[in-house]
Ligand binder design. Sequence first.
Ligand SMILES: [Zn+2]
Length: 98
Amino acid sequence: MKIEYHTHTWHLKNFAQHGSISYQRGLRCNCGYARYDDNMTFDIVGYANTDYGYMAIFECKKCFEKYKHHMSRNKRSEEEFKDNVANMLFNQYRKLTK
Ligand SMILES: [Zn+2]
């Protein structure tokens, strides 16, 4: 999946075999490090088109455990999903290059 934000482009890997990846309502890694409200604690490494709509695949930067998480209110909207992923990726990029 191609994600674009102004002049930036990211290519997200499709995790077709996402069944073994954990889902948590409020994303927080079991190791205690990565959490959804701190986007510098994880990487977005891909996406999955699940029975429950589009989900992003997050990877904890500390223990490398993967989780899947909805990024949009309308779970079926590919456009909203892409917009939200793009915003998060751009925020990460901006913080890393500061
Ligand atoms: Zn972790």
